[in-house]
Write a protein that binds this ligand. Structure first.
Ligand code: FAD
Length: 495
């Protein structure tokens, strides 16, 4: 470990989304204190997917001073208000997981208790009707607002996003080196000393960020940090992405449709649609999966379908010696809730906040690892919830998911909700209490009991109160412009 060595030179290995996100943040925020270099190889290329995001991306962009309209034009981006889930609890079911707040709770009881109380007295409006983002999505409407009334994220073109961040990083002094890394040199301590490129060029550094994707060239191949496998909880291990031309105006949400052995994504950009099938190779062949995808898309096919293989799980340590793994080299939960980009954006911010300018100590390494592990494990539980809390028994895959053992942390949450309708959001947890409730209700969980604080309200009071929330939301959603026309005037791409 480089205990007392000052850290001046940071080398990022890999120029996929993770590499360029790390480069942009370091160059812009610490570029005056550090020398930042990125090595990437056009020969190897990037995974080229990862097009749906979640709201914290906006905070990351504002930290870097990225202009929203410019970024959206450059990446053919559209807005995302949440995810529409089809066929998850049961074939034919549909529910929406929105980004915004839902209803209005009280100090003693969150809104789902209020909602359940209403239901018990015959007020049967769906949970989503208490959320502006869900209602706007239902009407295909959207507008940004200065007061932040609408919570949103983006759908973007991953390749264009990497290019955009490259330009941004280079304008802030980042040095980019094109070349294939052939060898990694180490100090006798085991710390990484330099990357040796195919051309013979040697790129030395004090701190290395491994963004080489599933390969994990530094963290795995060099430092031999093991991988914790989560396949028994998240069994999908294959994906086929496919781009098609848009045939209808872009909607402000992702659609995730469950199939026989996995699920399909639909991500609408300005000029095209990102589609893909995620599946479990134990229950579906690649050929069959390709056919399932081709049978369920619309519009002219723009790319060749290709199979991506992956293993869900996480690196046992995200930071080892003088190397930090970011992006796919650090682990992969799976893309269902669009969390990967968020995880490495947060990872690089975490690193910058703890940056070891005067040498790496084990305390910093441990703290970074503890925080990162807690964060990804919470995300993991949220994703498992979608697969496990289902009534589907129509295929071997769904029977497996329904009956599999789940992590204790998730089992606890599920029991808490089933028994008393209680949900919670931990301190370092990405998904809000409302995300948990929307998905738990959406997947068909019906709590046996709930808080009685609202039982003192008369039927009339309760019904008027809930109707007023729904009316206010419906009226606000109705006033918004159509999403596609808003995108057209706000950030139309010239591409
Ligand atoms: P990569 O894109 O694989 O980049 C690796 C880089 O390393 C490349 O530049 C390559 O050239 C370089 N490299 C490798 N070896 C060498 C070498 N020897 N020498 C030099 N350079 C080298 N995330 C989301 O947030 N939202 C989503 O909707 C989403 N959907 C996904 C769908 C699928 C099917 C998959 C598999 C992932 C998805 N993700 C999503 C995750 C997201 O795609 C990745 O987290 C993101 O693209 C970052 O990848 P990366 O930069 O870690 O790796």
């Amino acid at each position: 470990m480089l205990q007392n060595n000052k850290i001046k030179k940071v080398v990022i290995a890999g120029g996929g989304t993770a590499g360029w996100v790390a480069a942009a943040a370091l160059a812009k925020k610490l570029g005056t204190l550090l020398e930042v270099t990125l090595v990437e190889s056009d020969q190897i290329g990037t995974v080229g997917v990862g097009e749906a995001t979640i709201p914290p991306m906006r905070i990351f962009h504002s930290l870097l001073g990225i202009d929203e309209q410019e970024f959206m034009r450059a990446t053919e981006a559209t807005f995302k208000l949440g995810i529409s889930f089809k066929n998850w609890g049961q074939v034919g079911d549909q529910y929406f997981h929105p980004f915004g707040t839902t209803g209005q709770g009280s100090f003693l009881a969150d809104f789902q208790h209020f909602y359940l109380h209403g239901k018990s007295r015959g007020i049967d409006a769906p949970f989503a009707e208490y959320c502006l983002e869900a209602q706007a999505a239902k009407l295909d409407k959207f507008a940004t607002s200065k007061n932040g009334a609408i919570n949103y994220a983006y759908h973007l073109d991953a390749t264009r996003y990497a290019k955009y961040l490259r330009k941004f990083s280079e304008s802030h002094g980042l040095q980019r080196i094109e070349g294939k890394i052939q060898q990694v040199q180490q100090h006798t301590s085991g710390d990484i000393k330099a990357l040796v490129l195919e051309s013979g060029q040697i790129v030395e550094g004090d701190l290395f960020i491994d963004c080489t994707g599933f390969l994990g060239l530094l963290i795995e191949k060099t430092l031999k940090v093991a991988y914790e496998d989560w396949t028994h909880w998240l069994p999908c291990d294959s994906a086929i992405p496919l781009q098609t031309a848009s045939v209808v105006p872009a909607v402000p949400y992702v659609t995730c449709t469950a199939h026989q052995a996995g699920w399909q994504w639909h991500i609408p950009l300005q000029h095209r649609v990102g589609n893909g099938l995620v599946y479990c190779s134990e229950f579906q062949t690649d050929e069959d999966a390709k056919q399932t995808l081709l049978n369920n898309i619309q519009g002219e096919i723009l790319t060749e379908p290709r199979v991506i293989k992956y293993q869900t799980g996480r690196r046992k340590a995200f930071w080892s010696k003088n190397c930090i793994a970011l992006g796919l080299s650090s682990g992969f939960v799976e893309p269902l809730e669009s969390t990967s980009i968020y995880l490495f954006m947060n990872g690089i911010v975490r690193l910058m906040r703890m940056f070891p300018f005067n040498g790496i100590s084990q305390y910093i390494v441990d703290e970074y690892n503890n925080q990162s592990i807690e964060e990804i494990e919470n995300v993991r539980d949220f994703i498992i919830l979608h697969y496990h809390a289902t009534d589907r028994e129509d295929s071997e895959f769904w029977r497996y998911c329904k009956n599999m053992q789940i992590p204790d942390s998730l089992a606890h949450r599920l029991e808490l909700f089933k028994h008393n309708a209680n949900a919670f959001q931990g301190e370092r947890e990405l998904f809000r209490l409302e995300s948990w409730t929307h998905v738990m209700f959406g997947q068909g969980i019906k709590p046996k009991s709930y808080h009685q604080i609202f039982s003192t309200m008369s039927d009339q009071e309760l019904s008027t109160h809930l109707a007023n929330i729904r009316r206010t939301i419906a009226s606000a959603a109705d006033k918004l412009p159509q999403h596609a026309s808003f995108v057209g005037q706000y950030c139309r791409s010239e591409n």
